[in-house]
Design a binder for this molecule. Structure first.
Ligand code: DUC
Ligand code: ZN
Ligand code: ZN
Ligand code: ZN
Length: 488
């Protein structure tokens, strides 16, 4: 029998519109969004009176089951998904890391890791080397594997870092394939220099992490990536914008008409660096991520940039390492595996920080947590909308109820939580993943293997009309001078 579900009496919110309506779902797909839908008694009915019925969150930036800095993240495609669903996120896009430079091997490894998925997911891919094979494999990834975005790390010298030559080759290839170029923007050479300086000064604790890679290095790399993307004339997505410095580079480029997307992450919006000076190593180390969480003031400025459209969507960079793994860096902050949690907390913290504080509307909340991500990665309106024909990834949020984050009750495998003790207004009471009620009454019902891979097509809206800019450029070139062959 087809599974049927009716959500009654709530305020249905999309990025473009909100209305009082019922939502009827059959076999994982939204069939109708209309006032007063009536159904037979074979249909499960959920009362959403006084609550918001919202597209499930889409987290554009996570690292599940990743090997990194001699550790493996402890949340995989099962525990990470359980945590996500309990917090109202119903899809995420994870970063495939190539294996020994092979994109195909990397893709296949992530395909295996994702077999235990309990919600839908997509992939970005990191490009860490350059040669003809990589260039060829990028085409296979785009045309056959459903990947439409590639990330370039400008930091992690000696590991993932790429130089400007590779960035240019990579950006050109992305452009020709209609794939979106993404950057982790920090000046890796300068970070390396800054780290050595801290160690020489005897600053070996987690505070050395912040001191060694200041915001100016994020601003420099962001500006450089933007200028290189401008030179190639291809759209650019800057992941984890953590500082005013980086945000202002994005603002300036957007003002001049360049297609640059900026993604703040929850940690940058709600935390500040003072945690890195905490006297307890275990606590301080749990806040180590890159780029680092900045000093007070950057958080508020990033919130304002998100509210005014300078930055477009919120990710997490969820990358979970337990305190035993973080302890690898007890004598040297450079060895602390980088990463903080957030996949479970994002929807609540963005609601509390941005909507409850009056900085954005509920429709804008839907845009920055779900719809804009779906548009950028070309899966809208299948995802990111409550419309007939869309996947039934839906949450019910009660604005009058409250949430409290705690390491004891979270669903991640982490033994710490950088948001431990945070409370706020607005609670995700129900999560529906492709028509299945997976979170209700604070109970999670997830089944490994029920999540599906969502392939993403190239040439998202960010590419519309770009070719016209190329022809304008070509026709603006002054005719080259015809010089007589010199004979004298
Ligand atoms: N930063 C992190 O903190 N973790 C994963 C990778 C990254 O760039
Ligand atoms: Zn990064
Ligand atoms: Zn990341
Ligand atoms: Zn539980």
């Amino acid at each position: 029998a087809p599974s049927k579900l009716l959500i009654k009496g709530g305020t249905v919110v999309n990025a473009h519109h909100q209305q009082l309506a019922d939502v009827y779902v059959e076999d994982g797909i939204i069939v109708a969004v209309e006032p007063s839908i009536t159904v037979g008694d074979d249909v499960k009915v959920i009362d959403a009176t006084g609550k918001y019925v919202i597209p499930g969150g889409i987290d554009p930036h996570t690292h599940l089951d990743m090997s990194f800095m001699s550790s493996g993240t402890i949340d995989d495609f099962f525990s990470g998904h359980a945590a996500a669903l309990a917090g109202g996120t119903t899809m995420h896009i994870d970063f495939v890391i190539p294996v020994d430079g092979s994109l195909t091997a990397g893709y296949e490894a992530y395909e295996r890791k994702a077999k235990k998925a309990c919600m839908d997911y997509g992939f970005h891919m990191a490009i860490t080397k350059w040669n003809d094979d990589v260039s060829r494999e990028m085409e296979i990834m785009v045309k056959e594997k459903g990947i439409n975005s590639f990330k370039f790390f400008m930091a992690y010298k000696g590991a993932l870092m790429v130089n400007d030559e590779l960035i240019l080759e990579g950006f050109k290839r992305c452009k020709s394939l209609g794939a979106l170029a993404m950057v982790h923007a920090e000046n890796g050479d300068a970070v390396d220099e800054g780290q050595k300086r801290m160690i020489e000064l005897g600053i070996t604790g987690p505070e050395g992490h912040a001191l060694s890679r200041p915001a100016v290095l994020e601003g420099e790399a962001t500006g450089r990536a933007i200028r290189l993307a401008n030179f190639v004339n291809t759209p650019l997505y800057v992941v984890h914008v953590m500082s005013i410095d980086a945000m202002e580079e994005i603002a300036k480029a957007r003002k001049s008409g360049q297609r640059v997307i900026g993604e703040p992450v929850v940690s940058g919006l709600v935390l500040d660096e003072s945690w890195l000076w905490h006297p307890d190593f275990r606590t301080a180390a749990s806040y180590v991520m890159s780029p680092p969480i900045r000093s007070k003031g950057h958080d508020k400025a990033l919130q304002a940039a998100l509210a005014t459209g300078v930055l477009q969507l919120v990710g997490t960079d969820h990358c979970a390492f337990n305190s035993t793994q973080k302890a690898l860096g007890i004598d040297d902050f450079r060895k602390i595996p980088n990463g903080v949690n957030g996949i479970e907390e994002r929807m609540h913290l963005v609601w509390d920080t941005m909507v409850e504080s009056g900085q954005i509307s509920v429709t804008d909340y839907v845009r920055v947590t779900s719809t804009e991500c779906a548009r950028i990665f070309n899966i809208y309106p299948r995802k990111g909308a409550i419309l007939p024909g869309s996947d039934a990834d839906i949450i019910i949020l009660n604005p009058n109820s409250s949430f409290e984050i705690s390491t004891k009750s979270h669903h991640s495998r982490l033994d710490t939580n950088v948001y431990d003790g945070k409370k706020g207004k607005g609670k995700v009471e129900v999560t529906i993943s492709r028509g299945r009620v997976v979170w209700e009454n604070n109970e999670l019902k997830v089944t490994p293997g029920t999540g599906r891979y969502i392939p993403m097509q190239p040439y998202s809206y960010l590419f519309d009309g770009l070719d016209k800019k190329d022809s304008t450029y070509l026709s603006s070139l002054k005719a080259p001078v015809k010089r007589a062959k010199s004979s004298s």
